[in-house]
Design a protein around this ligand. Structure first.
Ligand code: NAD
Length: 414
């Protein structure tokens, strides 16, 4: 990875804590993860050979509630990345003011290179290795890059088998039939869209012909494209690891999804011009949604970007150097800790529903999500205006102050 995401995350935190004037001891406390778990995952592969995979779970903070965060399956997973993403989860839960701390997990594996059977064995053994450190009151995993509802089902089943009874509250983002929530699958994207609609209103530029570019066509990207398309906006570019599709008249994300579901690549879709994935940031648009991985917009490509709004569907897609260039060019950035917090918000709803064993309809979930996202957006936007600071600093100041208050009230044990 070109830029170390852990160093970047710490630098941003240090800046925020200085702005808040936090005492040095508290600063030291907030910089450190509470718990780092590293495991080895032996798996008998379909060939009969034994492979060993590396896995991590990091719990950054639990002062406001149990730790919460996704599990990533990707060949480039590192401990630094998981530490950074765990810390980001602490701030994300605090920005939307839900009672969780932050965590993240990861396994170093390319899920497209292993069979379903091998994926199940990796998941079950990983779960077993971290079983004493997760649980509905301790730490609740969810899907992230390379993981999905099926993987959450295997985690829940493994945990339940070991504990001797069904424990749906151990994961969120699980299938509805196992106690999942309505609306969880597209919650991150829906939350992202609520923040986009709020800023369009504030900037007074809400016309339906706005052009949208989406990088990444997985859970977050494809659902962002679909929801924005449903609202009448024009999706001019979508891309994934296979490359990009461009159509200035507008793409149909539903048809692109259907084509992928048949086992085809994104770029095999016909009704569009195929472009190199690295060229998508050269195309002019009004709203750019990076929804793939971190460090996609760097000082090398930031000055080419011609958009009015960047909505960070992904975690950490813009490096600090790139952010300076974008802000100087007058681009409005909705930062990840706010923009993609819809996923963890509906995960919170799933956890609440599971604990109560009482389930809500999709409309109720989406309305509650909108309330939380809009409240968080305006808290951050008002702080950004009042203090004349960028949106990321405003979001982090709100979040870090909430966590700092919780630490101060609880004190340091013993
Ligand atoms: P996913 O695995 O479903 O999809 C990732 C997509 O990115 C895939 O389409 C992949 O092909 C594409 N991609 C990977 N590298 C790329 C590249 N170099 N250029 C273009 N596309 C590339 O993952 P996801 O769950 O949609 O997560 C995407 C981002 O959103 C991650 O940063 C994740 O941490 C963040 N996020 C996800 C959730 C969630 O609920 N799933 C919640 C909050 C944040």
């Amino acid at each position: 990875m070109a830029d170390n995401i852990w160093e970047m995350t710490l630098n941003r935190l240090d800046y925020t804590m200085d702005m808040l004037g936090l005492k040095k001891g508290l600063q030291k406390y907030l910089r450190e993860p509470r718990r780092i778990i590293e495991v080895r995952i032996p798996v008998k592969m379909d060939s009969g050979a034994i492979e060993i995979f590396k896995g991590y779970r990091v719990q950054h903070n639990t002062n406001r509630g149990p730790a919460k965060g996704g599990i990533r399956y990707h060949q480039d997973v590192t401990l630094d990345e998981i530490k950074a993403l765990a810390m980001l989860m602490t701030w994300k839960c605090a920005v939307v003011n839900i009672p969780f701390g932050g965590a993240k997990g990861g396994v170093v594996v390319d899920p497209s290179k292993v069979s379903q059977n091998e994926l199940e064995h990796i998941t079950r053994r990983y779960t077993f290795e971290i079983i004493e450190d997760i649980g509905p009151e301790k730490d609740i995993p969810a899907p992230d890059v390379g993981t999905n509802a099926q993987i959450m089902a295997w985690i829940m089943d493994t945990y339940s088998m070991v504990k001797g009874h069904a424990v749906p509250g151990v994961v969120t983002g699980k299938p509805i039939a196992l106690g999942g929530s309505q609306g969880r699958e597209d919650a991150t994207s829906r939350g992202c869209v609520y923040t986009i609609l709020s800023i369009l209103k504030m900037l007074g530029i809400d016309t339906p012909d706005l052009r949208v570019i989406v990088q990444g066509f997985g859970n977050v990207g494809s659902n962002c494209a679909k929801i924005m398309c449903d609202l009448g906006y024009k999706i001019v570019v979508v891309s994934d690891i296979s490359g990009g599709l461009y159509n200035p008249k507008g793409l149909d994300p539903y048809k692109i999804s259907e084509n992928i579901k048949k086992g085809n690549t994104l770029i095999s879709y016909n009704d569009a011009e195929k472009i190199d994935g690295s060229k998508i940031f050269d195309i002019e648009c009004d709203i750019l949604i990076p929804a793939a991985l971190e460090n996609q917009i760097t000082s090398a490509n930031a000055s080419n970007i011609k958009t009015r709004i960047i909505a960070e569907g992904a975690n950490g897609p813009v490096t600090p150097d790139a952010e300076k260039i974008l802000l100087e060019n007058g681009i409005f950035i909705i930062p990840d800790v706010l923009c993609n917090a819809g996923g963890v918000t509906v995960s919170y709803f799933e956890w609440v529903q599971g604990n109560l064993a009482y389930f809500w309809g999709k409309r109720e979930v989406n309305l509650k999500l909108r309330d939380i996202m809009e409240k968080a957006f305006y808290d951050v936007y008002n702080m950004h205006k009042e203090k004349k600071i960028d949106m990321r600093t405003a979001a982090l100041m709100i979040a870090v102050e909430r966590v700092a208050e919780a630490v101060n009230l609880g004190g340091i044990y013993p």
